[in-house]
Design a protein. Structure first.
Length: 293
């Protein structure tokens, strides 16, 4: 038995070392840096400053604006991605000619990186050559071109539209898999009881895929909250910081000023928010099968 345990330990050792080096050490190092004055261009002045980085963050208007943007960004993107993704999954569940090609178009966006999608949509929203302005003008909806990414009133709406397009595929894929696992016998029994299409959806389909809905919305909310790549590809947080979310502001702290202390403090705040969100979400849903797909 001792030899077996030794063999198992040595088998797990490479994976544990990788986790320690690339996950646990950066995590704990980041937490420590959140309580330090740690500026890349002033390493001779690194010292512990307590909660000063956190106080500076909550007193910074840019942080508070990014916090508000983060709430809008997650709520808008998640709700629209889920609703459109569910609608597409319901359509794709039915057999029709060319369904495979249509699925390929729907799932295409998930194969691209967020930064690349940001660059694609940046060209589409371009005020001079962008296809979005061209289509709106041809349709007679606007009379002059709109600077979607240069106008603070339109910039946040634009990045949300791009993010919705990006995330629809995730929900369509996951919910389609869940829908295809619903037993046909349940629909037959509901039909014998006189249930129509709407009644079948709310009485059979929706209850059966609830665990998948809970898991996918939870995961996608965390990914949306954490991922600044699309915003960096589209606007780099501009104009004038109007599209910054917490994760993109954290990156700006590092890339523009080398302020790892302030960036780490924002990261710790984000981690605390995600932990509270996850606990609250699972408590409200009261799901014991959140991992079932």
């Amino acid at each position: 038995m001792t030899k077996q345990r030794t063999f198992i330990l040595f088998s797990l050792l490479p994976a544990l070392l990788l986790l320690a080096v690339f996950t646990f050490y950066p995590f704990f190092r980041g937490v420590v840096m959140a309580f330090q004055n740690y500026v890349l261009f002033d390493l001779t002045n690194v010292r512990f400053i307590g909660f000063q980085n956190f106080e500076n963050a909550f007193n910074d208007p840019k942080f508070l604006y990014a916090l508000r943007n983060s709430a809008i960004w997650v709520a808008s993107s998640l709700s629209l991605q889920f609703l459109i993704g569910l609608s597409l999954a319901l359509v794709l569940r039915r057999g029709f000619r060319g369904r495979g090609v249509y699925q390929g178009f729907v799932f295409y966006s998930w194969a691209l990186s967020g930064f690349l999608i940001g660059l694609i949509w940046k060209w589409m929203f371009n005020s001079q050559m962008g296809v979005v302005n061209d289509l709106l003008m041809r349709a007679g909806l606007i009379e002059q071109r709109i600077g979607f990414l240069s106008d603070p009133n339109w910039a946040m709406v634009s990045v949300i539209v791009a993010n919705v397009w990006y995330g629809i595929a995730f929900f369509a894929i996951m919910l389609l898999a869940a829908l295809q696992s619903v037993p046909a016998e349940l629909y037959e029994a509901a039909g014998m009881d006189g249930a129509g299409a709407i009644r079948k959806f709310f009485s059979v389909t929706l209850p059966y895929i609830v665990p998948t809905i809970i898991a996918t919305t939870l995961l996608r909310a965390i990914w949306i909250f954490n991922d600044p790549s699309l915003i960096y590809g589209l606007t780099n947080g501009g104009p004038a910081g109007s599209t910054h979310i917490l994760s993109s502001l954290m990156m700006e702290k590092i890339l523009s000023g080398g302020d790892y202390g302030s960036a780490s403090a924002i990261g710790v705040i984000m981690l605390a928010m995600l932990m509270l969100y996850t606990i609250f979400y699972l408590f409200v849903t009261k799901s014991e099968k959140v991992g079932d797909f």
